[in-house]
Ligand binder design. Sequence first.
Ligand SMILES: [Ca+2]
Ligand SMILES: [Ca+2]
Ligand SMILES: [Ca+2]
Ligand SMILES: [Ca+2]
Length: 289
Amino acid sequence: MEDVPLYTSVVQVSATDRDSGLNGRVFYTFLGGDDGIIRTLRRLDRENVPVYTLQAYAVDKGHPALRTAINIQVTILDVNDNPPVFEKDEFDIFVEENSPIGVVVAHVSATDPDEGSNAQIMYQIVEGNIPEVFQLDIFSGELTALIDLDYEIRNEYIIVVQATSAPLVSRATVHIKLVDKNDNIPVLKNFQIIFNNYVTDKSSSFPTGVIGRIPAYDPDVSDQLLYKFDTGNELNLVLLNHTTGEIQLSQALDNNRPLEASMRISVTAPLQDTHTRLMVEREGGVGEG
Ligand SMILES: [Ca+2]
Ligand SMILES: [Ca+2]
Ligand SMILES: [Ca+2]
Ligand SMILES: [Ca+2]
């Protein structure tokens, strides 16, 4: 056994000699011993050295001394002296939202350097799973979700898992991070841009920069929205940044003529489209100066 105290006898070798007198007295040379008992001098660790191959000599006290070599193999038996180890004290697991209930979403695993049943590990969640959202298989470490995981409701769960090689245990903190899926359509309501433009000899109130953004909203954080005009903007009266949704007015609108234009805009997330109507209405007139 690897955990035996120092000086424990491991094995006794014995030899016989058919000569008489001193020629028949046998002693053993191995660490200077003469009782033929091999003892431990240091703590044994099977996880370090599982087998020792030793050679001892049985020597008689005759003249000349004759000796015989003896090969001894010492196999260290395992003791459960190591707890299971997680790769890290704290780690991340990524799980896609909307994963079907009961499907294995991840594996929790630890290693145990011992042997046989001393290396058998049992897993359990010991903190952070109230109410029960996840289930951890005690033997396989397979993690399953017990509820419909919705990124938009909650995007991270923190649990503490324990690996047991009875009676030894170790724990790790697991950050279960949901991975966003595109399961929401962009939201965009009809909206209007109303602006008043007064042109005088000296100045103009015409807005030349960005006047705003298309008020679209998408609950999926990872969605990159794309904006474009479907209809109504053939004269390019409104300038649109396709990726940011920012709007500018064309210089062509910088005059006193009243105008009302109806346009249709689409907002696209990678898989889903939303369409909306935009009214551009200008109340023009000669400025009072
Ligand atoms: Ca163990
Ligand atoms: Ca061991
Ligand atoms: Ca969702
Ligand atoms: Ca989502």
